[in-house]
Write a protein that binds this ligand. Structure first.
Ligand code: C2E
Ligand code: MG
Ligand code: MG
Ligand code: MG
Length: 281
């Protein structure tokens, strides 16, 4: 029955109009130009503890600041980058800018920084050492950096991924399986790869407050993560009620528009100050 529910949700997720229907992708040439002009910026979205609501860390989410002042979201260019081979350059720029800003401004806290990876990073055997070099350069301890990996990227080449992920774990990085529940071989990748954390996909979290079915799935996913001794983050928390349900269900961390939207780094310190002031001591 759970499998049927999960399938139903997977289909819904695949077909959901993510924001306003199918995104209009940019051209490869446009992306090349944006990379050359360093127009891609790592925005940061807060993650809090469900239990005491203290800030836990931030996820870096890439945004493109276009020449006309508009902001282009990743659904319009991450796929293009992956298919055109520009993804390595994109990853390099996003990781470097996120790590630099984070180390400079929040280096002396114990917040974590989550970074999204692509399948291609797992074909690149220099990835673990390059990431380590970047962290050393900016004096950021690897245990404060979490790599978010989708199950599809490990499913493509499971043995290669296993070797690379093991190296990353040995170097001290945390590894989160992203968008858990919407791929196909979730459970297999989950037990096979050395993940330390599971992120429940937002398609299960957004309807949480209104759907008993979603609540049951979330309970089951939390039980699964606990059985496997994985930390759990819920993405897509859009209301107070969902945060309460997650806390009660034993979820560790939460992320979503209700808590904070992805924001430009220069806005983050003000957000932090305000958030801390709004919390009961
Ligand atoms: P993701 O890693 O699963 O990131 C979570 C997405 O959910 C983000 O979309 C975030 O803005 C959105 N989100 C967070 N809270 C809520 C909420 O309460 N409600 C709703 N409706 N949405 C919420 P975004 O920033 O558009 O990113 C989309 C995807 O693009 C990411 O999904 C990730 O797979 C990819 N991506 C983003 N940045 C990077 C990057 O630097 N590198 C790579 N390779 N992929 C990236
Ligand atoms: Mg992510
Ligand atoms: Mg996700
Ligand atoms: Mg996602």
């Amino acid at each position: 029955a759970l499998r049927a529910l999960l399938n139903q949700y997977s289909d819904a997720a695949a077909n959901a109009p993510s924001s306003n229907g199918k995104a209009q992708e940019v051209s490869e040439a446009q992306l090349k130009e944006a990379l050359a002009e360093h127009r891609l910026v790592a925005y940061l979205q807060p993650q809090i503890s469900c239990q005491d609501r203290s800030v836990k860390g931030f996820e870096a989410l890439v945004r493109w600041h276009d020449k006309d002042g508009s902001i282009i979201t990743p659904d319009r260019f991450v796929g293009v980058a992956e298919r055109s081979g520009l993804i390595a350059e994109l990853t390099q720029q996003v990781f470097a800018s996120a790590i630099r800003w984070f180390a400079d401004h929040l280096g002396n806290t114990d917040y974590t920084l989550s970074l999204n990876t692509s399948a291609s990073s797992f074909a690149d055997t220099t990835f673990p050492s390059e990431l380590t070099t970047l962290c050393i350069k900016h004096r950021l301890a690897p245990h404060r950096v979490k790599l978010e990996i989708t199950e599809t990227s490990t499913a493509e080449n499971p043995s290669g991924a296993l070797e690379l992920l093991t190296q990353l774990r040995v170097k001290g990085f945390a590894l989160a399986i992203d968008d858990f529940g919407v791929g196909y071989s979730s459970l297999e990748q989950l037990v096979r790869q050395p993940f330390s954390e599971l992120k429940i996909d937002k398609n299960f979290i957004i309807p949480l407050a209104k759907s008993e079915e979603a609540a049951k799935i979330v309970d089951a996913l939390i039980a699964l993560a606990q059985a496997l001794k994985l930390t759990i983050t819920a993405e897509g928390v859009e209301d107070e009620r969902s945060l309460e349900i997650l806390a009660k269900a034993g979820c560790d961390y939460a992320q979503g528009f209700y808590i904070g939207r992805p924001m430009a780094p220069e806005k983050l310190l003000d957000w932090l100050k305000e958030y801390r002031q709004s919390q009961p001591m």
